[in-house]
Write a protein that binds this ligand. Structure first.
Ligand SMILES: Nc1ncnc2c1ncn2[C@@H]1O[C@H](COP(=O)(O)OP(=O)(O)O)[C@@H](O)[C@H]1O
Ligand SMILES: Nc1nc2c(ncn2[C@H]2C[C@H](O)[C@@H](COP(=O)(O)O)O2)c(=O)[nH]1
Length: 318
């Protein structure tokens, strides 16, 4: 296997991504991001500051290629395109308007690509139509039995989502492409799993097991799962309940105000009060944009434009 370095750096390598394109394996090695959020703001440096990259190309034989092709169907994001890419999650209570807001962002700028929360996967678990089960429904009907199982599946599907290479149209864009994820592996733990543990739907053993594999996997994937920013959509739980009722999803018919209040407090503790105990150093540094989405941004142009301009400014700072 021939290996050639396209550029190099003397610093320790912390991140390794590989992309297969036209028979060539591109290995992208990135160095750790060292600057804190505050340093970025003060110096005007971009989110990739402190990050050097080494590109290595290796020729592979055909049998290795076949296996790798199956794993990665997309063309590789290479060079500057990946360096410019920002990854941001939209967080917020159930029915606060995350999907609606994400679609709005994409309609404003095609370089802002939305990666939806994989709710469909949770509603349809199984290999065939006959054996498929609706795990979201099972979790709401019998939380003590199914919450832990739900969190294993939701977290795994979120990891899958966050590890997807960016859409190809983002790579040729001249601007700053952003992958916008609806929720993240972090809200899986610090919002839902934690809440379900505190409510007694996940027992102490399950919580310990969840935390153990969650920490292990996130450490293994390293920077590939990290975010450059978080947008927190915030509205009073009562408003979320009204929107949830209007959306009228079958599985959510039993959702009560006190559950939304608990989730609201959990978001506040993590993203505003910063009192949630976090286990990932990089996550503690991630800039958070808090947007009040109590107003109807779908219908009120002024509200909509104000939110968009805040997002634009936030992205330009990352
Ligand atoms: N700012 C808003 N004002 C009024 N209704 C909204 C707003 N945002 C979303 N909605 C409505 O609330 C419901 C839930 O929105 P959705 O985007 O599905 O929430 P989420 O993705 O956060 O669960 C939908 O019926 C949507 O049309
Ligand atoms: N127990 C959990 N429930 C979750 C999780 N992520 C989402 N959900 C639920 C909440 C909603 O009923 C539905 C979709 O969420 P939206 O806020 O996008 O409407 O799924 C989770 O990690 N655990």
């Amino acid at each position: 296997m021939a290996l050639s370095l396209l550029s190099s750096s003397t610093r320790t390598c912390m991140r390794l991504n590989s992309y297969l394109h036209k028979g060539e394996l591109t290995v992208l090695i990135s160095l750790p991001r060292t600057a804190s959020n505050k340093e970025w703001r003060n110096t005007g440096r971009r989110a990739v500051c402190g990050t050097g990259r080494v590109h290595a190309t290796a020729q592979m034989n055909e049998s290795t290629l076949k296996g790798t092709r199956k794993r990665r169907a997309h063309a590789p994001p290479v060079g500057n395109e990946l360096e410019r890419l920002r990854r941001v999650s939209i967080e917020g209570n159930i029915a606060v308007g995350k999907s609606t807001f994400a679609k709005l962002l994409h309609s404003v700028n095609k370089d802002w690509d939305v990666v939806p929360e994989p709710v469909g996967k949770w509603q349809n678990v199984g290999t065939s139509e006959k054996t498929a089960s609706n795990l979201l429904d099972m979790m709401y009907r019998d939380p003590q039995r199914w919450s832990y199982t739900f969190q294993t599946f939701s977290c795994m599907s979120r990891m899958h989502t966050q590890l997807q290479p960016p859409a190809t149209h983002l790579l040729g864009s001249g601007g700053t492409p952003v992958q916008v994820f609806e929720r993240s592996v972090y809200s899986d733990r610090y919002i839902f799993a934690l809440t379900l543990f505190e409510l007694g739907s996940i027992n102490a053993t399950e919580w310990a097991v969840y935390q153990s594999w969650h920490s292990f996997l996130l450490e293994q994937f390293g920077q590939r799962l990290e975010l450059e920013g978080i947008i927190y959509l915030k509205a009073p739980p009562q408003i979320c309940l009204e929107r949830l009722k209007r959306r009228d999803r079958d599985e959510e018919k039993g959702v009560k105000l006190d559950y939304l209040e608990k989730l609201h407090d959990q978001h506040e503790n993590w993203l505003v009060n910063k009192s949630t105990e976090l286990h990932f150093e990089q996550l503690k540094q991630v800039p958070v944009l808090v947007l009040d989405t109590s107003g109807n941004f779908e219908e009120d142009e002024k509200v909509k434009n104000n939110l968009i301009s805040q997002v634009r400014e936030f992205f330009s700072m990352l």
